[in-house]
Write a new protein. Structure first.
Length: 550
C-alpha cells in the first residue's frame, strides 16, 4: 500500500525532484548541467555541506539527469519517465544507494565492486550513491580506490558528506567536488512562505523569520520547524511571533536588548527581573547565553551589518535600538563582556542549577560597570572594589578606555603598612633614566631588565608612572617596582597600565640607534673603500669603545 503524499512530513513531501526545484545552489546546478550537455561527466561527484542543504537530493537529481529516457535536453519535469520515477523511489536497478553510517566495512564495498562488473540493464549509466561517505572505513576506501580512479565508462560515483575533512585526500582528488553553501535567509524565507501558503497555514512573517533563524540555512530544518508550527495551529488562528517563541523555546530579542541596556546602566534589579521573566518562559540557560553572545556581536558590529545579514534574528525596531545603544558603548567593554560570557558558557555544566549561574553571571557583568558614566555615556570598568584605608589614593580606579587598573598595587600598600622598612634617606626620582640608574646602583638587575626590555613609557610624573607593556612582562613586576620605589623614596607610587603604546622600550631605542648608525657608516667613504677591496664584507654590528675619545 502506497503512502498518501499528503501524509508525509514536509521535508519529504516538498523534496526537490528536478534542478529547477533546488534553491540556493544555482552555480552548482549550472556547472553540472554544462558538464552533462558537453558530455564531460566526471568519474565521481563529491557533494559537501551542512545538513539539509540538498546533498543527497542533488545526487538523485544528477542520477535522473544522466539516465532520463528523454535525454538531458528534454528532462522530465512533471510526468516522470520510468527511470526518473524509479530513481525518485530509490528502486532503480542500476542505481545503487548505500548509507555509509550503517554499511562502512570492506564487505559492503565488495557488493559495490560486484555491482560495477556488469553493464546497466535499462539506462545509460550505473550510478553508485554513497551518503555520509566520511564514515566509510579506511580499508573500504582502499578497496574502492582503483575502481574509482579508472571505472568503466558506464559507472559513475556520487558521494555526499557533512564532514569533508574525514574523507581521505586520495578520494577527494579523484572527485569533482562541490561545496553546497547554506541557503540565504531571504531565499529560504520566500521558499517556506510558499509552502506555508500551499498548506493553507496561517503564520505571521515574523514567526517565519524565527524559523529561518533557528534553521541556520538548512532547508530540511526549516521545513521540519514549519511542520511543527503548522501542527501547533489552532483552527482559524494565526501563529504569531510570541506563540512561535513559546513553541521553539526562544524569547523576544527586545527583552534581551532591554536587559543589556540595564546592565550598561548598572540597574541590577531591573536586569535580574527581566532575566527571571525570560527564564519563566522556559528558555534554556545555554540558549540564553548563546543569544547573549549573539547580541554582543550585533552591538559591536551593527554599523557594518544590514537587517538581512543578521539572519532575521532582529526585526526593524530591534535593529535600530541596538544601533542607538551601540553608539554609547565602547568596543572595549563589549570585548570584555564577550570574554566573560564565553567563560560562563564553559562553567554552566559545573553546577546543578544553571539558572543560578546565569543570575550570578549578570551580577558579575554589572560589577564590572561603574554606576557613574562619563559625559560621553561610556561606562567605566573597575576590576574590583576594595575598601581604601590609610589615606591610600582613591584614584586607583581608572577609566577602561585609557588604562587597566592593577589591583595588586592597592593590596601591596596595605602590606607595606605592616612592614618595618628602614629607609636610610629619602631620595628623589624625577625621570625614567634616573629610575634605571638607581636600579643599577642597588643591583636590581631583574627589575632593570623588565624596565628596559618589556616596558614602554607613556608618562613619568611625581610619584606616578604610566606605562604600556608586552606579553613578556613579569606578572610580579608592579608589585616589585612599587615596593622598591617605596623603599628608595619613602613615598607611595602609582603604577598604571595604559592602552596607549607609549615610547619605544630602552632596548628598542638602542637597537634603533644602532641601525641608524650602521646606515650612516655605510654611506661613509671608508666603508665604500672597504667594499671595493673586500666585496663580500658585511657590516653587521657596531661596538663603541667608551674609553676612546671621539
Amino acid at each position: 500500500m502506497m503512502m498518501n503524499k499528503n501524509s508525509k512530513v514536509l521535508a519529504l513531501k516538498y523534496r526537490p525532484q528536478i534542478f529547477e526545484d533546488l534553491i540556493g545552489q544555482d552555480v552548482i546546478v549550472e556547472t553540472i548541467s554544462n558538464s552533462i550537455k558537453d558530455n564531460k561527466v566526471p568519474n565521481a561527484y563529491l557533494f559537501t555541506g551542512i545538513r539539509g542543504v540538498g546533498k543527497t537530493t542533488t545526487a538523485r537529481i544528477v542520477a535522473k539527469a544522466l539516465n532520463c529516457k528523454n535525454g538531458f535536453e528534454n528532462l522530465c519535469k512533471e510526468n516522470f519517465c520510468e527511470n526518473c520515477e524509479a530513481i525518485s523511489n530509490s528502486s532503480h536497478i542500476d542505481i545503487f544507494e548505500m548509507d555509509a553510517a550503517s554499511q562502512s566495512s570492506v564487505e559492503n564495498t565488495r557488493e559495490l565492486i560486484e555491482f560495477s562488473r556488469y553493464a546497466p540493464t535499462s539506462s545509460k549509466y550505473k550510478i553508485f550513491i554513497l551518503d555520509e561517505c566520511h564514515m566509510l572505513s579506511k580499508q573500504a576506501w582502499a578497496s574502492l580506490l582503483k575502481t574509482l580512479e579508472e571505472p568503466p565508462e558506464y559507472l559513475k560515483f556520487i558521494f555526499a558528506t557533512t564532514e569533508i575533512k574525514k574523507v581521505p585526500i586520495t578520494i577527494v582528488s579523484r572527485c569533482q567536488r562541490f561545496d553546497l553553501p547554506r541557503i540565504k535567509s531571504s531565499e529560504l524565507f520566500n521558499y517556506i512562505k510558499k509552502i506555508k501558503d500551499k498548506e493553507n497555514g496561517k503564520i505571521s512573517d515574523e514567526a517565519l523569520k524565527l524559523i529561518i533563524k533557528i534553521s541556520e540555512g538548512s532547508v530540511r530544518d526549516a521545513l521540519s520547524l514549519l511542520d511543527r508550527a503548522l501542527l501547533s495551529l489552532e483552527k482559524n488562528k494565526e501563529l504569531d511571533l510570541s506563540a512561535a517563541q513559546k513553541i521553539f523555546g526562544y524569547f523576544d530579542k527586545s527583552q534581551l536588548i532591554d536587559l543589556f541596556n540595564f546592565i550598561l546602566e548598572g540597574k541590577e534589579n531591573q536586569a535580574i527581573n527581566i532575566y527571571r521573566k525570560i527564564y519563566d518562559q522556559g528558555v534554556d540557560p545555554k540558549i540564553f547565553i548563546n543569544d547573549f553572545l549573539e547580541l554582543i556581536y550585533y552591538f559591536n558590529n551593527i554599523n557594518s551589518l544590514s537587517l538581512e545579514s543578521t539572519n532575521f534574528s532582529l526585526n526593524d525596531e530591534e535593529f535600530l535600538k541596538i544601533k542607538e545603544i551601540s553608539n554609547r558603548v565602547d568596543s572595549n567593554v563589549l570585548i570584555l563582556f564577550w570574554q566573560f560570557t564565553i567563560k560562563t558558557l564553559d562553567e554552566l555544566d559545573l553546577v546543578s542549577n544553571q539558572n543560578l549561574s546565569i543570575e550570578m553571571f549578570l551580577r558579575r557583568l554589572m560589577y564590572l560597570i561603574s554606576k557613574n558614566s562619563n559625559k560621553d555615556g561610556i561606562e567605566e570598568i573597575e576590576f574590583s572594589k576594595p575598601k581604601v584605608k590609610n589615606n591610600v589614593q582613591s584614584n586607583l580606579k581608572i577609566d577602561s578606555v585609557d588604562q587597566i587598573k592593577n589591583v595588586s598595587q592597592e593590596k601591596e600598600v596595605k602590606i607595606e603598612n605592616h612592614l618595618d622598612v628602614k629607609v636610610d634617606k629619602k631620595r628623589s626620582i624625577d625621570s625614567f633614566s634616573e629610575l634605571l640608574e638607581i636600579c643599577t646602583q642597588n643591583k636590581e638587575v631583574k627589575l632593570r631588565y623588565e624596565l628596559e626590555k618589556n616596558v614602554n613609557l607613556v608618562s613619568f610624573e611625581k610619584n606616578r608612572i604610566e606605562i604600556s607593556f608586552n606579553d613578556n612582562l613579569d606578572k610580579n613586576f608592579v608589585k616589585d617596582l612599587s615596593l622598591k620605589l617605596f623603599e628608595w623614596t619613602n613615598e607611595r607610587w602609582i603604577i598604571s597600565f595604559s592602552k596607549t603604546k607609549g615610547e619605544k622600550s630602552v632596548k628598542e631605542q638602542e637597537q634603533y640607534k644602532k641601525i641608524e648608525l650602521i646606515k650612516k657608516i655605510k654611506k661613509s667613504k671608508i666603508y665604500e673603500l672597504m667594499i671595493e677591496k673586500f666585496p663580500d664584507v658585511k657590516l653587521v654590528d657596531i661596538i663603541s669603545k667608551k674609553n676612546e675619545k671621539d
